[in-house]
Design a protein around this ligand. Sequence first.
Ligand code: NAP
Length: 284
Amino acid sequence: MKVLVTGYTGQLGYDVVQSGLKIGLNMVGIGSKDLDITNEAAVTYYVKEMNPDAIIHCAAYTAVDKAEDDKSKCWDVNVEGTKHLAKTAKEIDAKFLYISTDYVFNGEGDSPFDEKDKTNPIGYYGLTKYEGEKILKQLLDHWFIIRISWVFGINGNNFVKTMLRLAETKKEVNVVGDQVGSPTYTFDLAQLIIEMIQSDKYGVYHASNEGFCSWAEFAQEIYKQANADVKVNSISSEEYPTRAVRPKNSRMSKQNLIENGFHPLPKWQDALKHYLNELKQEVK
Ligand SMILES: NC(=O)c1ccc[n+]([C@@H]2O[C@H](COP(=O)([O-])OP(=O)(O)OC[C@H]3O[C@@H](n4cnc5c(N)ncnc54)[C@H](OP(=O)(O)O)[C@@H]3O)[C@@H](O)[C@H]2O)c1
């Protein structure tokens, strides 16, 4: 099976390629320098030449705050870029797996959102990711949408790396405690993606690591597991204003994964333990 993976230079795309290679799939990972997905002619030419059996679309404009002031760039990448890839996938009859986000929901209430719940993004980035979902449903027959949240992986920057960096100079940090969700370890998710792309169980899925926490609880667990003596002060979203408003409730249920016989990802604390080991191996 030949699989084209966008976003290879980012966190998730990198691990998806490694995961596919491990089981002998023909994986081709690309970043924006290989192919700018906002360029329709380039996308059509490149993808048709390669003629993959499947496209796993991990590339995105992911700067959530910057997106509020850089709307046209964010739209071009997340909506137009997705449209160009999906149109070409249709022409060559390739399966299409699109990575989406908890930010398609408005974050109200405190129960987990399921796959069929109403979407209502509160920020521009979330809106563009939702527009991407709609394009797939309009254009394609063979599509998967996987919504994920709070991503951490070996290839790129993320909350875990930031907390570890802060521990080098600080004894105390303030972290938001009233946004609750689930971290997603790209190593775990990549294995699920590779299993899913080989199936024909199309549809919308939620796939973060199991269990819920606030960002402050996530930070506390990072310091506990890393044996770092840093005090975490839990603060409110209002005390940490950001350009884009974040949903307070990012809990997602994994009903569709279970109903279709896929294994939910490991607990987020176990994923973190694995990740801290992965980081240690990288330093050696
Ligand atoms: N990070 C999170 O917390 C989070 C949460 C929920 C959902 N997601 C979704 O998960 C997916 C993966 O996120 P991630 O954290 O792995 O992303 P990331 O590390 O920010 O990487 C983004 C990737 O997109 C590529 N890209 C950006 N603009 C492009 C363009 N015009 N043409 C081609 N490629 C382009 C980048 O390539 P270059 O390096 O060449 O620029 C890079 O490989 C995304 O769909 C994102 O929306 C992420």
